[in-house]
Design a protein around this ligand. Structure first.
Ligand code: GTP
Length: 338
């Protein structure tokens, strides 16, 4: 079984973190998120993965080099952004003739892919789309089905706060049905390919599930994923003690860490510092008596002594000067463009 994992987005909502590290490689509990996605695929019998990205390709090259064994990873060239649809079409020569999975590379989920594949075959589907139910579909793509689960329509980001089943970003596709789409152009699978397949009257079905599901596309959700793991709400992830402190981090005994805190490799937390509801990535530091709340500190970022930082995102190497007060800001390394 093969899968195309979509990892080539710029992750604009996660800037400035994603200016130096692609979103799928941001650490989750100290480990690049893509490892979590690939482990999940392997657990469901997917042993070959196709990846491509026009963006920060060197970071993926290092990731692939470091990840040994299962699954086999094939990297293909994507020089210009092809969008979610174009990237899938670009991978068709690698996927073979059988149905293959397509996954968004930024979703933390324990979706049962084995059951999804079984349902795909039982229903004679050519495309299956995983869905989950929400009370307010405004931020999502609504998937309208008949009583038997056959998809009738997609409605992107409805204006009104209506409940419904929404696209959860995992697909099973029979390659035959997408062979004739022109390749090499930037195309959205949700907006430009799936609606055409519906028009053609093909058997597209929704696979509803009440699994854990979180899109790590925003800083709020990125933090939320860590908090959920710390609270043991993500049963399929390893159990950890909250707050989580990497053994190589230096945390002064006179600092105060709330329960929802992750301190990564080689990070430093000085005397009198307070941290709550935050993720401190590798090599970052929090100075004496500084206070950090609801914030992501990117790799090697620093918060100076006595500074106050609330609801911020610090990119790699960014720094907050001693005594500064920052709220809701995105902070880049001095001299970084953007
Ligand atoms: P935002 O810019 O914050 O919306 O993030 P994003 O660029 O990741 O876009 P989005 O979350 O909508 O993308 C969904 C999934 O498709 C993510 O896993 C992206 O990495 C991936 N993706 C988006 N655009 C491309 C593309 O042009 N090529 C490839 N290969 N993957 C893409």
């Amino acid at each position: 079984m093969k899968a195309v994992v979509l990892v080539g987005g710029e992750g604009t909502r996660m800037r400035p973190l994603t200016e130096t590290l692609p979103k799928p490689l941001l650490p989750l509990m100290g480990r690049p998120f893509l490892h979590h996605v690939l482990d999940h695929l392997v657990a469901h019998g997917v042993h070959e993965i196709i990846l491509s990205s026009p963006y920060l390709g060197a970071n993926f090259a290092s990731f692939i080099e470091e990840r040994h064994g299962d699954p086999k990873i094939t990297w293909i060239t994507e020089t210009e952004p092809l969008g979610t649809g174009g990237a899938v079409l670009n991978a068709l020569d690698q996927v073979g003739g059988d149905p293959f999975f397509v996954l968004n590379g930024d979703i933390l989920t324990d979706l049962n892919l084995t059951e999804m594949l079984a349902a795909h075959h039982e229903r004679g589907s050519v495309v299956s789309i995983s869905t989950f139910h929400v009370d307010d579909a405004r931020a999502f793509g609504l998937v309208i089905t008949d009583d038997g689960g056959r998809i009738l329509e997609f409605r992107e980001k409805p204006e009104d706060p209506i409940p419904g089943d929404v696209n959860a970003g995992t697909y099973l596709i029979d390659p035959v049905v997408v062979q004739d789409f022109p390749r090499g152009a930037n195309t959205s699978i949700e907006r430009e390919i799936f609606p055409v397949l519906i028009e053609r009257g093909l058997a597209m079905t929704a696979f509803g599930s009440d699994c854990y599901w979180l899109d790590l596309g925003t800083p709020e959700n990125y933090l939320r994923a860590h908090f959920d793991i710390l609270e043991g709400r993500v049963g399929f992830e390893s159990e950890v003690v909250a707050p989580f402190i990497d053994p190589t981090a230096e945390v002064d005994l006179r600092s105060q860490l709330g329960r929802w805190v992750v301190v990564g490799e080689r990070a430093v937390v000085a005397e009198g510092a307070e941290i709550e509801d935050s993720v401190v990535l590798a090599g970052a530091s929090v100075g004496r008596n500084a206070k950090v709340v609801g914030t992501v500190l990117g790799p090697s970022a620093s918060v100076g002594e006595d500074a106050r930082v609330d609801g911020c995102v610090l990119g790699e190497g960014a720094s907050v000067p001693a005594g500064a007060v920052m709220g809701g800001e995105k902070i880049r390394r001095a001299g970084a463009s953007g």
